[in-house]
Design a protein around this ligand. Structure first.
Ligand SMILES: Nc1ncnc2c1ncn2[C@@H]1O[C@H](COP(=O)(O)OP(=O)(O)OP(=O)(O)O)[C@@H](O)[C@H]1O
Ligand SMILES: [Mg+2]
Length: 283
């Protein structure tokens, strides 16, 4: 394999009111890239173009075949009538679950549900099964699009640590996520997308330096939190947290059992481009 795995050249995807445009983007072998951006910014569209799942203009060079790719998208249809065990055997093309496989299954917390039908699994259990299936096999490129959404806090941490372990030095990872912690644990580079444009692409450490505040959304209002500036915008609870206060903010939310969601990275430019309403409401 060449060092360059994927290369975008003047790529455009057009929907009615939305256009993804990517003048130039190179993904190298062994890159571990986080893809972030607010809802509707074009993350999933970028992945779909990359995998040739949608029509696009321009050129995408791929030095990889479909068989080399393990992919899990935001929504997947799993045949409901299979039992977990049956589906695993079917996907990995084996007749029985050997000892090594059972150990892997245990790591994903699937052992107790092997004989349950897919239709009777909880959303989180189904997601863990899908992650297991997409990771299994010796894939060189792993693509995950918001795969931990819906998992509880502990399952999310477990899965992301597992992904981090599995993506050893010989694999390439593309991870779309709204969770800062996931990006931080599993990736070393980051692509920031806003309104169909790549605003930044580079080393995570360097980009981190550009990020002053991080925006959180929570289900409930948090009034007594001096660590964050809190606003209600379009009936959503938005909190602007300085990255120096990040760990304390997260701990505070967890102590108070407040679910936080959708961490949006904010550099000065992203703020101006995509958070205009927030700017007006806060300044
Ligand atoms: N098949 C389609 N037809 C028309 N518009 C579409 C289609 N697919 C996506 N879009 C639009 O393109 C934009 C980008 O969508 P995309 O799914 O790439 O966003 P995203 O960054 O993955 O968002 P999220 O964080 O919510 O998953 C959105 O405005 C979406 O409504
Ligand atoms: Mg998406």
């Amino acid at each position: 394999m060449e060092k360059n795995l994927i290369r975008f050249n003047d790529v455009r995807v057009k929907y009615k009111e939305f256009e993804l445009y990517c003048q130039e983007l190179s993904i190298s072998k062994y890159d571990r890239i986080g893809i972030v951006g607010s809802n509707g910014s074009g993350k999933t569209t970028l992945i779909k173009a990359l995998m040739n799942l949608i029509k696009y203009e321009g050129e995408i060079k791929r030095n990889i075949t479909k068989d080399d790719v393990g992919i899990l998208m935001q929504s997947n249809n799993v045949s409901d009538l299979y039992k977990v065990k049956e589906l695993i055997l079917l996907v990995i093309n084996k007749k029985i679950l050997n000892k090594k496989l059972l150990l892997e299954i245990e790591k994903f917390g699937l052992t107790n549900i092997l004989n349950r039908r897919i239709e009777h699994l909880s959303g989180g259990e189904q997601q863990k099964l899908l992650i297991f299936l997409s990771i299994y096999g010796n894939k060189n490129l792993l693509i995950f699009d918001e795969i931990t959404t819906g998992l509880d806090y502990s399952s999310r941490n477990k899965i992301i640590n597992l992904i981090n372990d599995i993506v050893d030095s010989k694999k390439t990872l593309l991870l779309v996520s709204h969770y800062f912690k996931e990006i931080d644990v599993a990736t070393s580079k980051i692509i920031v997308i806003d309104k169909g444009r790549i605003l930044k692409y580079g080393n995570l450490n360097k980009l981190n330096d550009l990020i002053n505040d991080i925006i959180f959304k929570t289900e409930s209002e948090i009034k007594d939190l001096s660590l964050a500036k809190s606003y209600i915008i379009n009936e959503e609870n938005i909190h602007l947290v300085n990255k120096n206060n990040l760990n304390n903010f997260i701990k505070n939310c967890e102590d108070k059992n407040i679910q936080y969601e959708k961490i949006i990275f904010k550099s000065e430019r992203i703020f101006l481009h995509s958070m205009v309403e927030v700017t007006h409401a806060t300044i």
